[in-house]
Design a protein around this ligand. Sequence first.
Ligand code: APR
Length: 371
Amino acid sequence: MENDWQTILSLGAEGGSITLLGKEQHSGEWVFKKAVNEMNFDDLEDESFQPTKSTEKVCTLKSPISNRGNEATSWEKAIKLLDHYPWPMLNPREVHPAFRKRVWSALQKEVKGKYGDRINSYRLKKWSSLCLPEYSPKVDTLSKWLQNSTHTTILTGAGMSTESNIPDFRSKEGWWNNIDPRTVATTDALRDDYDLFHEFYSMRINGLKQCKPNIGHDILADWEQKGLIQAIATQNVDGFHTLAGSKNIYELHGSIHKFRCGNCAMSAEEEDFLSESNCKYCGGKLRPGVVLFGEMLPEESWRDSLTHIQKSDLVIVIGTSLEVYPASQLPKMTNGKTVYINAEVDTTHHNFDLMIEGKAGEILKLVDELV
Ligand code: APR
């Protein structure tokens, strides 16, 4: 029925509009068609018009055989119906809720492709408010703060790496839901139950080998390159910020890629640790260079992180429960604006100037599109 057609994407321009219409079939599949109203686009194809309203002309087909670019039976083909028009540059007026993400990703392809920076930030904000209503005001705010800040420090936690398939610690799938940290991540465990200690860290080391940095790590590295951020203080030991290309990184809890003797502190190799070899200097037990519960943080990393935090006019905290001292105190030690990006945000985080609940990679991507 004609009235089953829904507006998928409506675009305004001088003197007219383009609408991508869609109709959901009983099968759940969608069919699409284009409606062009009084556009003075030269390349408008010569379809037979059946004016439905005074100004609206719906392009229909002369015959099924001449189905040339007015109807589509897949989203990929539907968005191509707009290829004749500079649609990302037009004024977006409506996006169907079920197609917001698809329209946004189609737009990103165009922005990254032929339109580049010809779409001004006002227009992009209009698009983001229609396609990403759940984030856009906060994402807009963060993108503005990021562009206006003179010194920005990022503090990350394990939530930064879950999108690389590395478990965090305190979420429901986190490490500490199945293992008591006191049995594996303390100096007592190192001394009294080396087998379990060794098994836990070997599992994490080998697990890392199948994982790689995600889009969130890549964006932070890109922002550092662009001068948008100045430093990353991380509680993570996976080395993914370095792997993604970030340079100014402070590993507050050490690195799982470094090894030393638990007795004489002489450095050792990964394969010596994994093969349970003893220290070749004193015969002591080998351990990874991570900070165990109860141990002091590396003094230099802490000092340099604190210096950046105190200098910052913007501190963005990403993917951490802020349960572990003293890293959890860093956001309180700045006079700058503070932002909390986390999959779980609750009232205990109320002292942040801006809180955005969601996945780090997804949110950083949204902000990245606006900076
Ligand atoms: N995007 C954003 N946030 C996420 C994501 C994600 N994709 N995945 C998980 N999170 C959130 C979780 O909701 C949780 O609040 O990240 C937070 C991770 O918190 P923890 O698991 O406690 O990890 P972290 O804060 O880094 O732990 C600090 O505790 O056990 C020690 O040494 C360990 O460095 C670690 C320290």
